[in-house]
Design a protein around this ligand. Structure first.
Ligand code: SAM
Length: 502
């Protein structure tokens, strides 16, 4: 009789899954993984050892698709996050059609298409938007789960799948089949579905410089950080120069890739590949605090800020040492630079001295994003807002996805009376880093001042939740001199004022 899988087997199973599919499962999901492993063993009639050896071997493709049916989340619907489809119609398609090419073919990819709703929505938007018959549009849709792809090919959907579809679009592009609906034949014919693994280097999916836009929404949030980086690198290489990437609304490229410009429109975010974006190396993985090492990959990109800045200084010190060895003229530091005194001075509200300490560091540090952010925060604290804005803009030139820079810009813009612009920067900061409490708090206060109680309650409640877990060093940097308790108290009293129920 074959033995029951033990914890070592389960660990091997988890590692093989993440390597083969990108999908990450934290410790809380080990029980679920154990059940899946047992089901697969029962269904194949194999021993644990043979099964795991095959899974770890070179050709486990059939088993990977079987596992995909057990392990993937297929939640999707037509016109999900419709603002992104408005951006597709109003910005992306017109911009991409301005790029001359022969033949005139636009190429779009739905990566992780599930049961097809996203790809068919793209096809409808294309039909609604492009009137010029000289353009052809090729939509490819890929998923790992064969059951989802079968449903996509069958193309029968319940009314629930159309819950966000505008009624006029429903009438125009869907046909009733009993209680279900099917997309019109023209829409169905526009999409080519195929099985494929986004965690692999499949050359048929990842042709270089090919796609005008890729939708990869609500897929990478289930990936391990390294696998997510690798997938984004593949996406970068296969987007045409200036091509666009749409992620899910809780997914960002912050800390993942420098190869994209962030675009913000219609209350939504998406990315445009930089001129040389495909050449950018993926960002090295930031070290995650131990408490955050498992769990949602994208949401957990936050790092203890002090550790980050210490690493930055170590990097710069190493850089300076290398430059000196190579005879490159870089001002050598007298001693390795230590950010601790600056942070300590910040804690004691001695901002000018803290700034002096930052500026007395090696010149190369002045170009490090973390050090620039510290300088910008100190300038903002000391009331030098024009200089703080300038530091933020210099920082954004180096790191366009800096949530901290956007938050500081929000504070500065508000000071100059530009509340709308302030809110926009806050929204960008909150999008880039969903765990960042301060932009939520600021958005709540801005909404309260504008008399928008609903938005104020929403943002303040979210801020209160985030403040409980906010990183202490980030509170020191951005909390305006207030303690966690004081900021939470501010949220609670503002919520009361807005009439929120306790
Ligand atoms: C939550 S659905 C998202 C569907 C759609 N993109 C949306 O946002 O509505 C995630 C899909 O990603 C697919 N997926 C997960 N890992 C994958 C991989 N390694 N390769 C291809 N597809 C994958 C799953 O099978 C699932 O259908």
């Amino acid at each position: 009789m074959s033995r029951q899988p033990d914890s070592t087997d389960l660990e091997r199973f988890r590692s093989a899954i993440v390597r083969r599919t990108g999908l990450q499962f934290d410790d809380a999901k080990l029980g679920f993984l154990g059940e899946v492993l047992q089901r697969r063993l029962d269904s194949l009639g194999r021993s644990t050892d043979v099964y795991l050896r095959d899974l770890e071997g070179p050709r486990p493709a059939g088993e990977i698709t079987a596992l995909a049916q057990e392990l993937t989340v297929g939640e999707t619907y037509f016109f999900r996050n419709n603002e992104q489809f408005r951006a597709l119609a109003e910005v992306v398609l017109p911009e991409r059609m301005r790029v001359d090419r022969v033949p005139r073919v636009l190429r779009l990819l739905s990566a992780g298409c599930a049961s097809g709703e996203e790809a068919y929505t793209i096809a409808i938007v294309v039909r609604e938007t492009i009137a010029d018959p000289s353009w052809e549009v090729a939509i490819q849709a890929v998923d790992l789960n064969p059951a989802a792809l079968e449903k996509a090919a069958r193309a029968r959907y319940s009314p629930w799948a159309l819950r966000e579809t505008p009624p006029d679009i429903q009438r125009k592009w869907f046909r009733a089949h009993g209680r279900d609906f099917a997309p019109d034949d023209q829409v169905r014919a526009a999409v080519r579905f195929r099985g494929g693994n986004l965690a692999g280097d499949d050359p048929e999916i990842w042709q270089p410089s090919t796609y005008d836009a890729i939708f990869c929404r609500n897929v990478l949030m289930y990936f391990a950080p390294e696998q997510m980086r690798a997938a984004i690198a593949r996406i970068s290489r296969s987007l045409a120069p200036g091509g666009f990437l749409f992620l899910g609304h809780a997914e960002t490229l912050r800390g993942v890739s420098d190869g994209f410009h962030l675009r913000h429109r219609h209350e939504t975010f998406y990315y445009e590949l930089k001129e040389n974006g495909a050449m950018e190396r993926p960002r090295p993985a930031p070290p995650l605090p131990v408490s955050m090492r498992s769990g949602n990959a994208i949401m957990s990109m936050d790092v203890a800020w002090v550790d980050t800045i210490r690493e930055a200084t170590e990097r710069v010190t190493a850089l300076v040492a290398t430059s000196m060895a190579a005879d490159i003229p870089v001002e050598p530091p007298a001693l390795p630079w230590d950010p601790a005194p600056a942070l300590d001075l910040l804690r004691r509200e001695r901002f000018d001295e803290a700034l002096d300490h930052v500026r007395a560091g090696p010149a190369a540090l002045g170009k490090d994003p973390d050090v620039l952010l510290l300088e910008a925060a100190l300038l903002a604290h000391s009331g030098q807002l024009a200089a703080a804005e300038d530091a933020c803009h210099r920082l954004l030139l180096i790191d366009e996805l800096s949530a901290g820079a956007h938050y500081l810009l929000a504070l500065c813009r508000e000071h100059y009376g530009h509340r709308e612009r302030a809110g926009e920067h806050d929204r960008v900061a909150a999008y880039l880093d969903p765990s960042f409490a301060m932009p939520r708090l600021h958005l709540g206060l801005l909404a309260r001042r504008a008399g928008d109680r609903t938005a104020a309650c929403r943002e303040l409640a979210q801020a209160l939740l985030l403040l409980r877990r906010e990183d202490a060093s980030r509170l020191l940097l951005f909390g305006g001199g207030f303690s966690r308790e004081a900021l939470m108290g501010l949220c609670e009293s503002s919520l009361k004022e807005c009439g929120a129920r306790a």
